[in-house]
Write a protein that binds this ligand. Structure first.
Ligand SMILES: NC(=O)c1ccc[n+]([C@@H]2O[C@H](COP(=O)([O-])OP(=O)(O)OC[C@H]3O[C@@H](n4cnc5c(N)ncnc54)[C@H](OP(=O)(O)O)[C@@H]3O)[C@@H](O)[C@H]2O)c1
Length: 284
């Protein structure tokens, strides 16, 4: 049985589906049960409500598990006692752990939010005694959900650094790589950097959304201060600072297309337009 934390998230949900489709038993963990309780994924999936901030609440989910997909909680990750979570997992017999980390661990080592917290999560997993695989994705295509309401209501996208490109990665590709690492051999001890297949800018992604929607979308370039004020509504200040630096002044490594997903999946990584095509309902 495989335990997937963050199971209702952008990576977790397609991961649960991929594992169920491969005929594996899955325990899907999040604090809140999804409305559909993964009904479409079939009888091999059960949901368990647990809070990663309370490692003991994971114990019933991990009982009898072979493998764990560990998703940090993003901006709240510094509050997690990861060695404690891993201790609960190892005591339950988990022998394989796949960690959803971030490219920022390598590219922003000086940043406490991206480099520091992420590095300590990775180190705890490497020291856990389990077979581990670490996934370091760049920015997600699904970050475009932040534009959903303004596209629905005003057919407008407002974003900073409109002409700065990043090779955004489709969370479904991260999920497919995670599924392979969780139940196939040959991935232990590897750290995989995952990106999309090409650079795209916010302005181009807004255009891609308009093409998929079949209606024009106006792109409005925000100033750095406007973007900062908006991000501060849902991110801590330290995370906002590093996120703006990544968006506005990416390092060469943050703009480099990684071929790892293509090599592991045996097909090109999915484009932003493919992500938009599957998720356009949120923008209508
Ligand atoms: N977005 C990016 O560009 C990017 C880039 C690199 C790496 N990452 C990493 O990828 C991860 C996924 O990001 P995302 O924004 O796509 O996440 P997301 O889809 O918003 O997923 C969040 C998931 O985690 C669960 N969750 C949150 N806090 C929890 C807690 N305390 N205990 C148990 N479950 C909890 C949520 O369900 P409940 O709320 O019901 O618990 C949900 O299932 C993040 O941790 C981030 O560090 C993201």
């Amino acid at each position: 049985m495989i335990v997937v934390t963050g199971a209702t998230g952008n990576v977790g949900r397609p991961l649960v589906q991929a594992l169920a489709a491969a005929g594996l038993d899955v325990t899907a963990v999040s604090r809140n049960a999804p409305a559909d309780r993964f009904a479409g994924a079939g009888p091999s999936v059960r949901h368990h409500s647990a809070d990663l901030a309370r490692p003991g609440s994971l114990r019933p989910a991990l009982d009898g598990a072979d493998a764990l997909f560990l998703h940090d909680t993003g901006a709240g990750a510094q509050l997690l006692d990861v060695p404690e979570i891993l201790g609960v997992a190892r005591a339950a017999g988990v022998g394989r752990i796949v960690l959803l980390s971030s490219q920022g661990v390598a590219t922003r080592p000086e940043s406490a939010s991206h480099g520091g917290v992420g590095r300590s999560l990775e180190e705890a997993v490497r020291q856990s005694g389990a077979h581990w695989t670490i996934l370091r994705p760049g920015g997600f295509a699904s970050n475009a959900y932040a534009w959903a309401e303004s596209v629905r209501v005003h057919r407008t996208v407002a974003a900073p650094f409109g002409d700065v490109g990043h090779p955004v990665v489709d969370p479904a590709d991260i999920a497919e790589v995670a599924a392979a690492a969780l139940h196939e051999d040959g991935h232990a001890g590897n750290t995989y950097e995952l990106t999309g297949p090409a650079l795209s800018t916010p302005r181009q992604r807004a255009r891609n959304l308009a093409e998929v929607l079949g209606e024009p979308i106006t792109f409005v370039e925000q100033s750095r201060d406007e973007a900062r004020a908006q991000m501060l509504q849902f991110m801590p200040e330290a995370v906002v600072g590093t996120t703006l630096a990544i968006l506005g002044e990416p390092t060469p490594a943050e703009q480099r297309v990684s071929l790892t997903a293509e090599q592991l999946l045996g097909r090109p990584a999915r484009t932003f337009t493919e992500w938009a095509g599957r998720n356009i309902g949120a923008f209508k």
